[in-house]
Ligand binder design. Structure first.
Ligand SMILES: NC(=O)c1ccc[n+]([C@@H]2O[C@H](COP(=O)([O-])OP(=O)(O)OC[C@H]3O[C@@H](n4cnc5c(N)ncnc54)[C@H](OP(=O)(O)O)[C@@H]3O)[C@@H](O)[C@H]2O)c1
Length: 294
């Protein structure tokens, strides 16, 4: 099913999701082209050495993006989290518009799992649904993926691990669905290999689901010391609108929706469990978080 002649253009390839997608596509035999901000940066050189065709340019350089898409089969589009809301929307829409104009066969937009069917009225949380709505309306085959919270988020320094605590957003007996960034690349590769199956769909992507108590056990086992799980105190949530929004969404909003992990494993047979991720690629971040105080 893979069209080995026409490349996939990957945005954000020096970052987490784009890097995962570029790597998985190369492994599956696709030619990969990446638009990077700085072609001399170590991450860009690594991509080049791995066989990625590197073009330098930013989201603002629409002429460059247009020529980068000219003979491509597909596009993977993701915008970084640190963009201003209107910039995220502008770039997300402009990349999709150029893809439709240049005849891209399959466009994959990576949104976020906290996106629900309704707008929230909070500009920051409504950027992705606005892009999604625009992408869906284009005359082009599109697939929207909504990755659940990254496993990587749980091993950031400063969330208590150095003191033997894991502090996060769910109540201890509630579950959280997590995505290993590595799985996003494998998932997107499966999507691009099967346009009839995945075209036109919006799909939540997850790797595993654990309760706070199960996180406690997994962390303690892999760290070799006791790690107890606790939820952010109510006062912290009340003082931080973004954290409160996520906590609420995990409780009864879009982030609480259960992704069928059997379906995920059927699409991506190498799907990671939290434990396998923590003992593998997550291990270095875990060790760093265990040593680093807030
Ligand atoms: N955190 C979570 O749990 C979670 C879950 C689901 C979805 N998300 C969403 O994931 C997205 C971020 O993805 P990520 O984590 O893969 O991002 P990331 O690791 O921060 O990577 C961002 C990429 O975009 C590139 N970039 C930045 N500004 C650019 C510009 N002006 N023009 C062209 N390229 C530019 C960066 O290049 P450089 O390397 O040169 O800077 C980098 O390659 C956000 O929208 C976030 O909301 C996050």
């Amino acid at each position: 099913m893979i069209n080995s002649k026409q490349p996939i253009l990957v945005f954000g390839a020096t970052g987490r999701q784009g890097g995962s997608v570029a790597k998985a596509l190369l492994k599956a035999g696709w030619p990969v082209r990446a638009l990077v901000l700085d072609s001399t940066k170590a991450a860009s050189l690594q991509l080049r050495n791995a066989g990625v065709e590197i073009l330098q340019g930013s989201f603002d350089e629409t002429g460059m993006i247009r020529s980068a898409m000219k003979d491509a089969y597909g596009v993977f589009s993701v915008q970084p989290a640190n963009l201003a809301v209107e910039d995220e929307v502008r770039h997300g829409i402009s990349i999709a518009d150029i893809a439709a104009e240049t005849g891209i066969k399959h466009f994959v937009y990576s949104s976020g799992a906290s996106v629900g069917d309704e707008l929230t009225g909070v500009p920051r949380f409504d950027a992705k649904p606005r892009i999604e709505a625009h992408v869906r309306d284009l005359a082009m085959t599109t697939t929207i993926i909504r990755p659940m919270i990254f496993m990587e988020m749980l091993v950031r320094p400063g969330f208590g691990l150095d003191e033997g605590r894991l502090v996060s957003l769910i109540r201890p007996d509630h579950s959280i669905q997590l995505t290993a960034v590595e799985d996003i690349g494998r998932f997107v590769t499966a999507v691009l290999a099967d346009k009839p199956r995945f075209g036109g769909r919006t799909i939540k992507v997850a790797s595993d689901r654990l309760t706070g108590r199960e996180l406690e056990v997994a962390f303690s086992e892999v760290a070799g010391r006791s790690i107890t799980y606790e939820r952010f105190p109510n006062g912290v949530l009340a003082a931080n609108a973004d954290l409160a929004h996520m906590a609420k969404s995990l409780e009864d909003g879009p982030l609480s929706e259960r992704v069928d992990l059997q379906v995920m494993r059927e699409i991506n047979p190498d799907l990671l469990t939290f434990r396998s991720w923590l003992a593998g690629n997550g291990r270095r971040s875990l060790d760093e978080a265990l040593r680093t105080s807030a």
